[in-house]
Write a protein that binds this ligand. Structure first.
Ligand SMILES: Cc1cc2nc3c(=O)[nH]c(=O)nc-3n(C[C@H](O)[C@H](O)[C@H](O)COP(=O)(O)OP(=O)(O)OC[C@H]3O[C@@H](n4cnc5c(N)ncnc54)[C@H](O)[C@@H]3O)c2cc1C
Length: 391
């Protein structure tokens, strides 16, 4: 049996769903999303969903601002709920990082970001439970917070379907058809060939494997990022804000039911490659102890919290911790991957930009910094997770 589509998108995570929605909204008719498991089954379904706005470049600043606007009015813009909670975020830096934070903030303010630089002693007026003793400065982003990655993906998928997109779950792509330097379609695990002049690799943690089907090596490492869930003690008081401690290397974000999600901000993911099939598996005691110690130093009141569970997450990491949003050397085979642990907060803008690029239009934000070939030609090879905040 053979079928055809105008565009096949491989992967039904937040990236693939957002691209499908934006392509359909641009009037691209026959869009087919193929998802090997179910919508949101990959990194998206394990995401902590934090939305912070501190970004080091004009393009990423514009992307996060556009995306936050969508999350704040998701029902109107897409349909359904994004689960956005604008609890505010505090981002702590060391004294050595402070000058970079001041410069970045000045640039970001000019691009519409509302954030305030606080002396550490003043930050406790916003969140009295953080330990500011060793901090150099704290950035306060009142509109930041978190949203629900599974709900957002389901919202994009439903809206895409209403616009005529077909989404097939339980369909794994196992081959990329090509001829004369152009992509010609995909082959599925069921042996079906689906002809398409455009194929988008939005397979997240599996994007390197999908690219290899086309004979393409992506400069992406799948690196381990475990997440831990603790239950705040009954006397903790109102939920804390999102707190990203770049100085001490940990983050916390509140969850309903008195829970807190926490993880590491120490830039070591790329040194711990992980098989993406281990996503969601149990974490080791040592991993948990190490991160929870850092969390307790950042927010000492959390040392009373009860450990509930942890799970293995992973990031698809490029050398500069920024995504690849570009056509690959195989004509018609596009890459939207390498989200490097921050692809949820950017997904609305990524969808808009990819849909424009694929349609031959000018994207709303320049995609020049996200070119496929940049690692071969520029000195962008030495990024860290923290460099996706500040450079
Ligand atoms: C633990 C964790 C915490 C995170 N925290 C944050 C955060 O706080 N804020 C933030 O902005 N971002 C965060 N991220 C990152 C963000 O969630 C991801 O960048 C984003 O969800 C990636 O979405 P995606 O659609 O690109 O990839 P994925 O969600 O991985 O989706 C790819 C999909 O492709 C499918 N697939 C794979 N191979 C095939 C195939 N051969 N055929 C068909 N389908 C296939 C998979 O089943 C999967 O559903 C976090 C990620 C993790 C894992």
């Amino acid at each position: 049996m053979t079928r055809s589509a105008d565009v096949v998108i491989i992967g039904g995570g937040v990236t693939g769903a957002s691209i499908a929605f934006h392509l359909a909204r641009r009037g691209v008719r026959d869009v087919l999303v193929l998802e090997r498991k179910f919508i949101g089954a990959g990194g998206t379904g394990r995401s902590v969903g934090i939305i912070r706005q501190l970004y080091p470049t004009p393009e990423t600043t514009r992307m996060v601002r556009r995306s936050l606007d969508v999350y704040q009015r998701f029902d109107e813009a897409v349909g359904g709920s994004s689960g956005y909670v604008g609890c505010g975020a505090l981002i702590a830096v060391s004294a050595a990082m402070r000058p970079r934070l001041e410069q970045t903030l000045a640039r970001q303010r000019a691009l519409g970001i509302r954030a305030q630089l606080l002396e550490p002693a003043d930050a406790v007026r916003i969140e009295p439970r953080i330990d500011v003793a060793t901090l150099g400065a704290v950035l306060y982003e009142p509109e930041s917070g978190y949203a629900d990655p599974s709900a957002v993906t389901a919202g994009y998928a439903a809206a895409a379907r209403r616009l005529g997109v077909t989404i097939e779950q339980g369909t794994e792509v196992t081959g990329i058809e090509q001829g004369g330097g152009q992509v010609e379609g995909v082959r599925t695990a069921g042996g079906e060939v689906i002809h398409a002049p455009i194929v988008v690799n939005a397979a997240g943690l599996w994007s390197p494997a999908v690219a290899r089907l086309a004979g393409i090596d992506l400069p992406i490492v799948v690196g381990r990022h475990p997440v831990f869930i603790v239950e705040r003690d009954p006397g903790f008081g109102p939920p804390h804000l999102v707190y990203l401690d770049l100085a001490g290397g940990s983050y916390v974000r509140p969850e309903t039911g008195g829970l807190t999600l926490t993880g590491s901000l120490t830039d070591d993911e790329a040194q711990h490659p992980m098989d993406p099939e281990l996503l969601g598996s149990q974490v080791g005691f040592e991993e948990a102890t190490d991160v929870l110690e850092r969390t307790s130093r950042a927010l000492p009141r959390l040392s009373e919290a009860r450990y509930r569970q942890g799970y293995a997450g992973a990031f698809d990491i490029t050398p500069d911790w920024m995504p690849i949003l570009d056509e690959s050397p195989l004509g018609g085979f596009w890459i939207a991957a390498g989200m490097s642990g921050h692809g949820f907060k950017l997904a609305p803008a990524v969808g808009e930009m990819m849909a424009a690029l694929i349609s031959g239009a000018t994207p709303p934000v320049s995609a020049a910094p996200f070119r496929f070939g940049r690692f071969a030609t520029t000195a962008t090879a030495a990024g860290t997770f923290v460099s996706s905040y500040l450079r």
